[in-house]
Structures are given as C-alpha cells and as structure tokens.
Design a protein around this ligand. Structure first.
Ligand code: AMP
Length: 404
C-alpha cells in the first residue's frame, strides 16, 4: 500500500471509490455531506495534475425494482450527483451513462489532467455486491491508481470496494484522505488509546451492540450503557421496567455480559434513573423513576438526572472516548436532554485533552443536531463500517489495501 499524501498523481488517472450514496429527493440532493467529505481527495489529485474517475453506488436499484416493478434503473441514476459535484468543484464533471461498457471506457480513456468523470451507479449490476472478479477487473482498467475513499462501505467485500484492489500493484492502491482519517481515528481508539478509555454505547437494541460491547471488554476501562438497550439489563437483573424497550430473548446474554465485565475488571455503568413517559410520543406525559422501578404503564425514554450526572463525571475523567448510540429518544424534545448532556460532556472532555470519536448513525445525528460535531475529535462517516471495526472484525475494504 502507498500513502495518498505522498503520492504524486501527475499525468495519472486515479480511480476513486467514493460513497456518494446521498439522499436525493425529486432530483435534488438534500444532504451533500458525503460528497463534501470526498472533495479533499479529489482536489489533491487534480492539484497534482492528475485526472479523477469516480465510482459509487446509490441505493439498492435491483432489490427495489424487484419489489416495485414500476421503478426503473433511471430512478437510481447518479446524474444529479454529477451535476451537484460540478458546482462543488467549479468545473464540468463528465458523466458516463453506464459504469462499464464502451461509453465509460471511451470517456475514461480520453480524460485529461484536471478533468473529472463520474461513472453511473455501480449497483445497476448485481456483480458489484457479489464481488464479481470479472466486473472488478473491467472497472480496474479505467485507472492507473486505485483509491478507496468510501469508508461507509469498507465492511462490504464488493467488487469496487475490495475485489478490485487485487488488480493494482502495492504502490498503486491506497486509501483516500477521508478513509485515511477514518482508519487513523479508529486505530487510535482501538489500539493506541490512553486510559481511562470510556465507551458510551446507546441506542435501541442490545442485540445490535453485543459484539461491540464484548470486544470493548478487552479494551475499555468503563462502558456506559444508555438508551433503550439498558432496560434489557435491568430486567435481567430482576428490575421492573414497565413498558420500556426490552429484548426478552437476550436476558441471559445481558447477565453474561455483566459477568464477563466483572471478570475482566471493566466497569459497566447503567443509568440509575430514567425519564419516563406514559406512551411513545413527543407529547407524552413525562415523569421520572429509578430505572429498575419503572411503574406499569410507563416506559423509560431517556436517562434521568442522577444517571446524567453520574455519566458526566465518568466522561469528565476519560482520556479516550468512543460514543456509539443515543442515550434516549433524542428525536423528541422531551427526551433529548440525556443525549444532549452526554454530547456536551464529551465536548468538555475533548476540550480538556481527551480524544473523542463519535461513530454510528444516530449518535452522529445527535451531535449534528446539537451543533457539536466540530467540537469532538472525530465524527465518523461510516456507521456500519465503524461498528464492525469496533466489533473487532477485519473490514474487507481496509484489508484489500493494507494486505494486498
Ligand atoms: P440504534 O440505531 O440502535 O443506535 O438506535 C437508535 C434509536 O434508538 C434512536 O432512534 C432512538 O430514538 C432510539 N432509542 C434510544 N433510547 C430509547 C429508549 N429508551 N426507548 C426507545 N427507543 C430508544
């Protein structure tokens, strides 16, 4: 593998896998975060005097068309992305109406230094998700150098994210700047963390987070558990949780996790109290209760005041922080306080020198909602990929570059 920053792209064609799977409504891009995140990589190649060929997936065309036959491939085109990218870069981004085939090959061949070409949606072909070698080889022909800047799909062994790397020699494949940043942040937290290392895990379901918690038992000093998933632990310990979220088939597993943590000397912190509601609604009547004494007919939708203070203290002492998942139903104003306070605590710890990484869709949405994203050390763009990384899995998109 080669380092992107050290590579000079002069007179070379960089084939860059980006994640331009942005929300599009009626042909208009409603959130271009994923596109702006890839701009530094694109600009560096152009500044060096190279040309850029971009490839991305968008949505799930083949699966959606199977379910809704009124849809066609044209409903999944990347064309609006090419137009928006032209505006972002201030140059005319070319578009190939197919990701393989004559048009793409011709446009890639004729591309000059300083020019950018976007290929049509890779997922028009089932070979992409299947990781088809021939399909990957066809794509590989377009570029002299392969750059993977799509951390969001790094956990998939798809043709354009992993398989394609084998068609490039070691010094002609590399991470882009975005991916480099993601990998560096994840490695810092996972392998080079300073203690105390506090992991904050929240969200709806404990079943989604078991693997990450198990893996963190070997690394973290403290694990804070909040959100809906906490109630499965309280119920497992014999508590009363009313109508709170609970996975009854995971009670034994929750106890097992607590036992393992004790054996390993990791402190697991559950929220002592909760903000409760009489129903799951933004205008529900709210109250508070100890999390293991929630009355019948009520449900815990946020961590309570005692828990918030307790968690803030632990976060305040941390030197490394990983945060995945909200502390409550932060989408509803009445139940956002816990998540907001935890976000503020992470920001305060960061200001005092802690390294903080926020990863996973909903905690990222939460720091964005509270306008705190630029006050933590790193916000990951790859929800599923970051989760799998912290579960201890090898990500195919990373391995294809580092081990190839
Ligand atoms: P996840 O995708 O598993 O990280 O879960 C995030 C979702 O969990 C968010 O939409 C939250 O609204 C939801 N959530 C967090 N806490 C609770 C809770 N106590 N009860 C129900 N849902 C919750």
């Amino acid at each position: 593998m080669s380092r992107f920053t050290d590579h000079n792209f002069k007179s070379q064609k960089a084939l860059i896998r980006v994640d331009f799977n942005v929300p599009i409504k009626n042909g208009v891009i409603t959130d271009d975060t994923r596109m702006t995140a890839a701009l530094p990589t694109i600009k560096k190649v152009l500044a060096d005097g190279g040309a850029v060929i971009l490839m991305s997936h968008w949505g799930r065309p083949l699966k959606d068309i199977e379910k809704k036959p009124e849809l066609t491939l044209a409903d999944f085109t990347l064309k609006p992305v090419a137009e928006h990218l032209s505006k972002l870069l201030g140059l005319d981004v070319q578009f190939a109406a197919d990701c393989i085939g004559e048009d793409a090959a011709e446009k890639a061949k004729n591309l000059q230094a300083g020019q950018v070409l976007l290929l049509e949606n890779l997922r028009y072909y089932k070979q992409e998700e299947k990781g088809d070698k021939d399909f990957a080889e066809k794509l590989s022909k377009y570029g002299d150098v392969y750059v993977n800047d799509a951390f969001g799909t790094a956990h998939r062994a798809h043709a354009s994210t992993a398989v394609i790397a084998q068609f490039f020699p070691g010094d002609k494949k590399m991470f882009g700047l975005l991916m480099e940043g993601e990998v560096a942040a994840a490695e810092k937290v996972m392998f080079n963390n300073q203690k105390p290392f506090v992991a904050i895990i929240g969200g709806a379901k404990v079943s989604d987070k078991i693997l990450i918690i198990e893996n963190l038992l070997d690394r973290a000093t403290d694990i804070i558990i909040g959100g809906g998933m906490a109630y499965t632990f309280f119920k497992a310990e014999g508590g009363k949780i009313g109508n709170s979220l609970c996975e009854n088939d995971r009670l034994d597993m929750a106890l097992e996790l607590l036992k393992k943590a004790e054996e390993k000397g990791v402190s697991i912190h559950l929220p002592a109290d909760s903000i409760t509601a009489d129903r799951f609604a933004a205008d529900a009547t709210s109250s508070s209760a100890l999390s293991n004494e929630i009355p019948d007919g009520w449900m815990g939708l946020d961590i309570g005041q005692m828990a918030t203070e307790q968690f803030k203290k632990i976060i305040g002492e941390a030197k490394t922080i990983l945060w995945n998942g909200p502390m409550g139903v932060f989408e509803m104003e009445k139940f956002q306080h816990g998540t907001k306070s935890i976000a503020e605590a992470v920001v305060a710890a960061t200001a005092h020198g802690a390294y903080s990484l926020v990863g996973g869709g909903d905690s990222v949405a939460a720091v964005n909602k509270f306008h705190l994203a630029d006050k933590v050390s790193y916000v990951s763009t790859g929800g599923g990929a970051m989760l799998e990384y912290f579960e201890g899995k090898e990500l195919p998109g990373i391995a294809a570059i580092t081990k190839g």
